[in-house]
Design a protein around this ligand. Structure first.
Ligand SMILES: [Zn+2]
Length: 223
């Protein structure tokens, strides 16, 4: 089951949530570990038993990795661009960029992949930067719609290309492991800007290049 959600400028909910998160007061590491102890007790286990003693420290370290995106500036990542492109004006496409994010409703993992295309206007960015931009937004508490829109908007704002296309496929841990228990459902979101939005043939070229149906059909993102 695929849910195709197309995000465009007429989607006010997504637009309004694109503001960067406000800086917050961060608790100390000890306070964060204490919160994990509380959750272990809430689950019904004994935080002092041998197997769990180191768990709060490990969880807090894992949080530093999973949510590292709050400490990075996506615009800065894209600052270094290359202008010697010998008149190259065709689509640049990077597909199957794997990511792990966490849904902001349950803090459960979202495992997915992103596909990015853009039509350069005089300058390109190193392809590793496209993967990094996905990572910066994925490593925050997210909804998939916002990851998709933020990637597209950032590329559009910083590179000012003729167009940007972003498609994200995600399997949501909160849906697989609880609630409706939909273990095979994949959510697909997209955002098309500029030429990808205005010219059906450009959009079609992108969509056939990423071979969306082949990708989702090849298996669950949670192996
Ligand atoms: Zn969720």
């Amino acid at each position: 089951m695929n849910v195709l959600a197309s995000l465009d400028n007429r989607c006010p909910g997504v637009r309004s949530s694109l503001e960067p998160p406000k800086p917050v007061h961060r608790p100390s590491r000890a306070e964060a570990e204490q919160a994990v102890i509380t959750l272990i007790r809430w689950a019904g286990d004994d935080p002092d038993r041998e197997g769990l003693v180191e768990t709060p420290a490990r969880v807090v370290r894992a949080y530093e990795e999973w949510f590292a995106g709050y400490r990075e500036d996506p615009d800065e990542l894209l600052q270094r661009t290359f202008e010697e492109i010998a008149g190259y004006d065709e689509m640049v496409l990077l597909r199957d960029i794997l990511f792990v994010s966490h849904c902001e409703h349950h803090m459960a993992p979202i495992v997915g992949r992103a596909h990015i295309g853009y039509l350069p206007r005089n300058r390109v960015v190193g392809i590793s930067k496209l993967a990094r931009i996905v990572e910066v937004y994925a490593r925050r508490m997210q909804i998939q719609e916002r990851i998709t829109a933020e990637i597209a908007n950032t590329l559009d704002r910083v590179l000012q290309p003729h167009g940007v296309a972003v498609v994200v496929e995600g399997a949501h841990g909160c849906m697989i492991s609880r609630g409706v228990h939909q273990s095979r459902a994949t959510m697909v979101t997209s955002r098309m800007l500029g030429a990808f939005r205005d010219r059906p043939e450009t959009r079609h070229e992108f969509l056939s290049a990423i071979d969306l149906h082949g990708a989702t059909g090849s298996g669950n993102l949670f192996p």
